[in-house]
Design a protein around this ligand. Structure first.
Ligand SMILES: [Zn+2]
Length: 479
């Protein structure tokens, strides 16, 4: 549904400088920033920020006059394409002005992904309300209006098979015709196959809009999650590895060379690690995978130690940052990002960054038992924006406290759309994990990461030397 209105900007010095332009309400509501929604008016009416138009088009003393007529698609003999906005001055018509504006953020979401649910328990933590709550927060913040909602689609067989086996694809596609069941961390009903294909497909759809430049970056509000699904199997609520599929589609269909995947879910991205390790054996594939997670003997999936650098060769493309004693705070993840993730990723020079954005390490999560603030996710997003020319896509993984997860998503969206990250809370738990310092209990692990990766990355060699020299100085001063 598209509505058009003819609008005019006029110079206060005379009607000769009348500058009409088309104000177009498009279904996807991708508007130039000077057309801000006027809260006092009805939902579909927009006001014009005259000051901004004046600055942008170097037109002084303009004022806005709305003719209130249905706009024509031809102005001064120039055919204007539907769905685009132009400035018309005399006989001159500008290029579509959307092209000159900062591009926006994309969002992928399809409510059909809520139909996948545990047939035995409505209280299963991986439940449809996760998406519902996030979408409500997004709507309340107005991002459903100011971001581009990309077309929803299912992943194709060809795309899924880039990382999964035939057997795995057939098994998931066949789930919808089976009797609904729930066993441990995998359940399915008649909508599971569709939801799994939509989850991967929506992420790909969003990623393709980032790759073709329609939007700068984006957030995929998707479920079921994907990072525990390996080449041949489903586990931990996951069916298809959404992020790994998207990374391979970027390489195979869009010729991107280097992709970084950052997994900040509280659980190790074991499925992604297995897939990426295998794919990287192929000479034409380079995917750098980081996982920051909680690890100890009983914490799912009990993998992700520093020495897991790849399956066969030692290319240094798998970087695990495991917090073994469980408790980690903002200071720990900020330290890991500033001193490991960002230096290595910068040295690598990716063409695209995908994030397995689980929010189950936030304080109050039902499964994570960790104490990150929602605000820290904005800071992590902000750092990642510096890579790959800003081509950054976040894809939802875990996060089981509905309200906290939705808050985290908003912190990320604020940054993706150009706002500064929120101020971090100063002290966030009784262990005094502050926003500015890592916990002493994790320094040994950080040192192990530096030494393990020093032979692959110059930045880690530097960090290792720096750490050793600091320790030597401390030893001398304590003697
Ligand atoms: Zn998780």
């Amino acid at each position: 549904m598209e509505k058009e209105k003819q609008c005019f900007l006029k110079s206060s010095h005379g009607s000769q400088d009348q500058i009409p332009f088309k104000l177009v309400e498009v279904a996807q509501k991708k508007m130039p920033s000077f057309m801000k929604k006027n809260a006092a008016q009805q939902a579909l009416q927009y006001k014009v920020d005259v000051e901004e138009v004046s600055k942008k088009f170097n037109v002084k003393d303009v004022y806005f006059e709305e003719e209130g007529t249905t706009g024509s698609t031809i102005i001064n003999g120039n055919i204007l394409e539907p769905g685009k906005v132009y400035v018309v001055c005399g006989t001159k018509v500008s290029a579509p002005i959307l092209a000159g504006y900062p591009k926006c953020t994309g969002i992928a979401y399809d409510e059909r992904m809520q139909l996948h649910q545990d047939p035995k328990s409505a209280r299963n933590p991986e439940r449809p309300e996760r998406l519902r709550e996030i979408w409500q927060f997004i709507r309340d913040a107005g991002y459903d209006d100011t971001c581009l909602k990309v077309d929803s689609r299912e992943a194709t067989d060809e795309e899924v098979l880039l990382v999964h086996t035939d057997e795995s694809l057939s098994r998931v596609k066949g789930l919808s015709s089976l009797e609904p069941s729930s066993e441990g961390d995998i359940y399915h009903n008649n909508h599971t196959s569709e939801a799994a294909l939509l989850s991967a497909g929506n992420l790909i759809s969003l990623m393709e809009k980032v790759i073709d430049g329609t939007v700068d970056n984006g957030f995929a509000v998707i479920r079921p999650p994907g990072h525990h699904a390996d080449t041949n199997g489903c586990s931990g609520f996951c069916f298809f590895n959404n992020v790994a599929i998207a990374a391979r589609v970027a390489q195979k269909k869009h010729n991107l060379k280097k992709v970084v995947i950052v997994d900040w879910d509280v659980h190790h991205g074991n499925g992604t690690q297995e897939i990426v390790s295998k794919l990287n054996l192929d000479k034409d594939c380079s995917i750098l995978f980081f996982s920051l997670h909680r690890t100890y003997s009983n914490f799912y999936p009990r993998t992700g130690f520093v020495n897991e650098i790849s399956v066969k060769d030692s290319s240094g493309l798998i970087v695990n940052i495991p917090f073994e004693d469980g408790a980690y705070g903002d200071g720990d993840v900020l330290f890991a990002f500033r001193n490991i993730v960002m230096p290595i990723a910068t040295e690598y020079g990716p063409d695209l960054v995908l994030v397995s954005a689980g929010f189950d390490a936030v304080c109050g999560d039902l499964l994570g038992g960790v104490n990150l603030s929602p605000q820290v996710y904005g800071h992590l997003t902000n750092m990642l924006r510096c890579l790959a020319g800003g081509k950054l896509i976040l894809a939802l993984e875990g996060g089981y406290n509905l309200r906290q997860t939705a808050k985290c998503v908003l912190e990320c969206l604020n940054v993706l759309t150009g706002k500064s990250p929120s101020t971090l809370p100063n002290v966030i738990n009784e262990k005094k994990n502050t926003h500015w310092a890592p916990s002493e209990s994790h320094l040994k692990m950080f040192k192990e990461v530096f030494s393990t990766h020093a032979s692959f990355w110059d930045s880690m060699k530097t960090m290792q030397s720096f750490f050793i020299s600091c320790e030597e100085k401390m030893d001398v001063s304590s003697e």
